[in-house]
Design a protein around this ligand. Structure first.
Ligand code: HEM
Length: 374
């Protein structure tokens, strides 16, 4: 494993990361708390001129942007980001309306080590609670969509942490305990989708909210909007079953989102690119009779994928239902530019990979020529 990643996984690093997230959410470096409360009314009225005036009011000078700490720059990008998405909703390309963005956004991106626009982290995890919550529409549907992601990301990150430990036997952790921790934490991801299903109108999402998550152009490059697709679920897939998957569409999908996740997950993605996934490693060991894990432990690995399916199946229904209300053109696609078909494609790839793993497991359980003592 990459040394930096290996060292990162020690101690209470995730708890410290989440503490820092809370710190960012508390910050208001552009003094945007009060002005941004007017944004939902401007958006509802289609008042693009007032959105642009607000952006100009909040936009720091390059010198002021350079003086921000990393956490302040994350909070500043969050507050500018909600205005970028609002301008796009009204058909305005932000850099064309305010060319100073071409300098300030890259500065903030460089300070924070993120793309030069807001990501899902800015919109959810770094978004304050209560009256200070930044929204495009001020509606309960939107707040509930933000909540669904806020409730999913920490358990997903905990699952990723334990999965990385599973992949690195030198960490000396118990395989069974780790697989159980990975599977249990994925329940948080399922809870997020269940929450969205119950509390977000798919029709409202397709007809209104989706319109705020479009890509922007900046200095000749396209940057994706802060959709839930930017969650590091694809990093989880990568480590568990897909780092060695050769499907071109899914590989391009994963690579497209790498810049938008936390630096630590980018590192994990790169460290395992083209390496055998956990599934492949275990399957090879099963097929060559060298697997040190008892069957009961390998079955726990299958239970991880069952949880992933329990996230993906209802999520796919949510997406299909939403886009059945779509209003045509590119807005019939997700914020990443993919039609909901990609979700079925991922499910099919995952199922095929799981079936191969389960077949190898069945061979270990009941070998053709009788049970083998392990
Ligand atoms: C009304 C609500 C939602 C709709 C209509 C929707 C739609 C979509 C669509 C169309 C995609 C394909 C990629 C793209 O965006 O271009 C996608 C991907 C994704 N979405 Fe959602 N989504 C919704 C809510 C959520 C929620 C609440 C979560 C998580 C808590 C979530 C997590 C994901 C993930 C992880 C992907 C990547 C594909 C995968 O790993 O299966 N989405 N979504």
């Amino acid at each position: 494993m990459h040394t930096v990643l290996h060292n990162t996984l020690r101690g209470e690093w995730l708890a410290l990361l989440w503490q820092n997230d809370q710190k960012i959410a508390r910050l208001d470096p552009l003094h945007a708390d009060v002005p941004l409360q007017d944004l939902p009314a401007f958006n509802a009225a289609g008042n693009a001129a007032s959105v642009l005036a607000l952006l100009r009011q909040l936009l720091p000078s390059p010198a002021a942007a350079r003086a921000l700490s990393v956490e302040e720059a994350c909070a500043a990008m969050r507050d500018l980001g909600i205005l970028l998405g609002s301008l796009k909703r009204h058909g305005i390309e932000p850099e064309e309306a305010e060319p100073a963005l071409r300098v300030v956004l890259p500065l903030l991106g460089t300070i924070t080590n993120y793309p030069p626009r807001d990501t899902l982290l800015h919109y959810t995890i770094w978004n304050p609670e209560g009256e200070r919550m930044r929204t495009y529409t001020g509606t309960e549907d939107e707040k509930n969509l933000i909540r669904s992601v806020q409730m999913s990301i920490p358990p997903l990150e905990a699952a990723l942490h334990h999965l990385l430990l599973l992949l690195d036997p030198s960490q000396g952790k118990d395989f069974r305990t780790l697989t159980k921790l990975v599977a249990d934490n994925l329940e948080g991801l399922i809870a997020g989708v269940v929450w969205a299903r119950r509390n977000v109108s798919t029709e409202y999402f397709a007809r209104e909210m989706r319109l705020y998550y479009d890509p922007i152009r900046l200095n000749g490059v396209t940057y994706l909007g802060p959709g839930a697709v930017e969650m590091p679920v694809f990093v989880f897939d990568h480590l568990l079953w897909s780092s060695d998957c050769t499907d071109e569409e899914y590989t391009a999908f994963k690579q497209g989102y790498v810049p938008y996740v936390r630096p630590v997950w980018r590192l994990a993605y790169e460290a395992y690119a083209r390496q055998p996934s956990l599934f492949t490693q275990l399957q090879r060991e099963m097929e060559t009779g060298t697997c040190p894990q008892p069957v009961a432990n390998l079955k726990e690995v299958v239970s991880i994928i069952t949880r992933l399916k329990s996230f993906r199946m209802p999520h796919r229904r949510l997406a299909d239902e939403a886009y059945a209300h779509g209003n045509g053109g590119e807005r019939n696609q997700g914020s990443g530019g993919y039609a909901p078909d990609i979700l079925m494609h991922i499910l099919q790839l995952m199922t095929a990979r799981t079936d191969a793993f389960v077949r190898a497991l069945q061979q270990v359980e009941q070998p053709a020529d009788g049970p083998v003592a392990r």
